[in-house]
Design a protein around this ligand. Structure first.
Ligand code: G3P
Ligand code: CA
Length: 245
């Protein structure tokens, strides 16, 4: 039996519109032990939860998140693109999600989406809010922007970081150790059993993404991962080989 983290990718995004409060709330009801979400920044410096830098795909309008005020972003419909039943779901602020998970035994994985738009001051703002909410132990910061994660570590050494990557790396645990990261969040095809074990030997967890197929979930569990990032937390929770932590 593996005690693993069941991390809901953008909430329970297989059945609810990604990165909305209903997707986060339902993820918890479906057995998630963690939530992954994407952080971007509004024109007036508010942290908001939306995957894309632009609004076209999930918020029904043109333009960039970085060019809209928070007030404007809050008026947008982030549910209808998924299904008309979810019309009226909005783009949440970071604080709205903190409010949902604070005090619960839920891991919060905040992915800083600052690879395409280099949001100035994003690291400081995210960390300030985590500290104000006293959630340093509950949060893991991840990013494909590894320089940003090093910056986070310098600002707040007690907040965990995890490296996101797509391709197979050579000794990723050694690289991660150099960056003082606590975890590896590889694309599922970049995971190997040997590297999962080597990472664990250095005290680092491996949480691959985005694994939705039960056969692939089992393959990852056989490789010894400590958690899985999935759109379908209920499917992962129902596997016989999973013991929910
Ligand atoms: O954190 C894992 C995964 O979310 C990274 O890719 O594009 O889904 O944000 P993406
Ligand atoms: Ca993400």
């Amino acid at each position: 039996m593996n005690k693993i983290e069941i991390i809901a990718h953008r909430g329970a995004s297989a059945v609810y519109p990604e990165n909305t409060m209903i997707a986060f709330e339902r993820a918890l009801e479906l057995g998630a032990t963690g939530i992954e979400t994407d952080v971007q920044m509004s024109a007036d410096g508010r942290l908001v939860l939306i995957h894309d830098e632009t609004l076209q795909r999930t918020a029904g309008t043109t333009g960039w998140v970085k060019d809209c005020t928070y007030e404007k972003l809050r008026t947008l419909d982030a549910g209808s693109w998924f299904h008309t039943n979810f019309a009226g779901e909005s783009i949440p602020s970071l604080e709205m999600l903190l409010n949902l998970v604070q005090g619960k035994r839920i891991l919060l994985n905040l992915e800083l989406k600052n690879g395409i738009v280099p949001y100035k001051g994003m690291e400081e703002k995210v960390i300030q809010i985590i500290q104000e909410w006293n959630m340093e132990q509950q949060v893991v910061l991840s990013s494909f922007n590894h320089a940003s994660l090093v910056k986070c570590k310098r600002i707040a050494p007690d907040i965990r970081t995890a490296l996101l990557y797509m391709e197979k790396l050579y000794r990723p645990h050694d690289y991660a150790a150099k960056l003082e990261a606590s975890g590896l969040h590889p694309y599922k095809l970049a995971v190997t059993k040997e590297e999962v074990a080597a990472a664990l030997a250095q005290g680092m967890v491996t949480y691959p993404f985005t694994v939705n197929d039960p056969a692939e979930m089992k393959m990852m569990l056989d490789m010894g991962v400590q958690g899985i990032i999935t759109d379908q937390p209920d499917v992962l929770a129902s596997l016989k080989m999973v013991q929910i932590r």
